[in-house]
Design a protein around this ligand. Structure first.
Ligand SMILES: [Zn+2]
Length: 239
């Protein structure tokens, strides 16, 4: 065969290969995503999946979609009750979702569905493992200081409304372990003992599911609790 023709054949073969390789990689990547829904931004969110690259994005997307949020809770076998809307004006709460089997104490207050979904994933993926690994115990109860409060930020007469005004937030104060220990944000935050490391782990873990997470690292107003919310306007504060 003349040399020119051989070269042409080689070039054609290389072009075909160059066209096929990306296709094969794309198909392999797509199949991998099908088997790893937690990393797949197009897969429906299921809170039973392990946490993945797409989890936070999907959770934050629920902030302005109550219908999809409740579908996620149902799909994930999270028991909840939908309460009648309440309040009016800046403190209107059209979305009051109450988790039925969540260990909040002294009660389980209704919150927005996006807060409920984030609480559930926080408990499963961060609170339970951190308590087991760092403290060697299960968590019996999670004490809170309230979700709904019709007020502006920091209780002032003006300024932006708090996310608590619509129960789109919750303040977490302490954790009661099954062995009886009580880990409190106020008493145990500072230092490097297991209690302090546990609190840091669950604070950091909350940042993967909530839009805003505030602790004593943010300001002194958070010395006795963590503030978690799902503000749709901004995100990324985690201190
Ligand atoms: Zn708060």
């Amino acid at each position: 065969m003349p040399r020119k023709t051989t070269n042409r054949h080689h070039r054609a073969a290389r072009r075909a290969l160059l066209a096929i390789v990306p296709l094969v990689l794309a198909i392999a990547g797509w199949q991998w995503l099908q088997n790893h829904p937690e990393h797949n931004p197009w897969a429906p969110l299921d809170l039973n999946d392990p946490p993945g690259w797409a989890t936070r994005t999907k959770l934050l997307k629920l902030r302005d979609n109550v219908t999809e949020c409740r579908a996620v809770l149902e799909r994930s076998d999270v028991a909840f009750t939908v309460l009648e809307p309440a309040g009016e004006g800046d403190c209107a709460r059209p979305d009051r979702t109450q988790l039925a089997r969540y260990p909040l104490a002294p009660d389980t207050p209704p919150v927005t569905c996006p807060v409920a979904a984030a609480l559930e994933i926080w408990r499963r993926d961060h609170v339970i493992p951190a308590a087991r690994n760092i403290l060697g115990s299960e968590v019996a109860r999670i004490e809170h200081l309230g979700a709904f409060s019709c007020r502006r930020m920091y209780g002032g007469p003006d300024g932006p409304w708090s996310e608590h005004a619509t129960a789109n937030a919750i303040d977490i104060a302490a954790f009661i372990l099954e062995d009886g220990r009580r880990i409190s944000v106020l008493r145990d935050w500072t230092g490097d003992d297991p209690e302090a490391r546990f609190l840091r782990a669950v604070r950091d873990g909350a940042c993967t599911s909530f839009a805003t997470v505030l602790s004593l690292d943010y300001n002194a107003a958070h010395a006795d609790h963590f503030h978690f919310d799902q503000d749709v306007r901004w995100s990324g504060v985690c201190r």
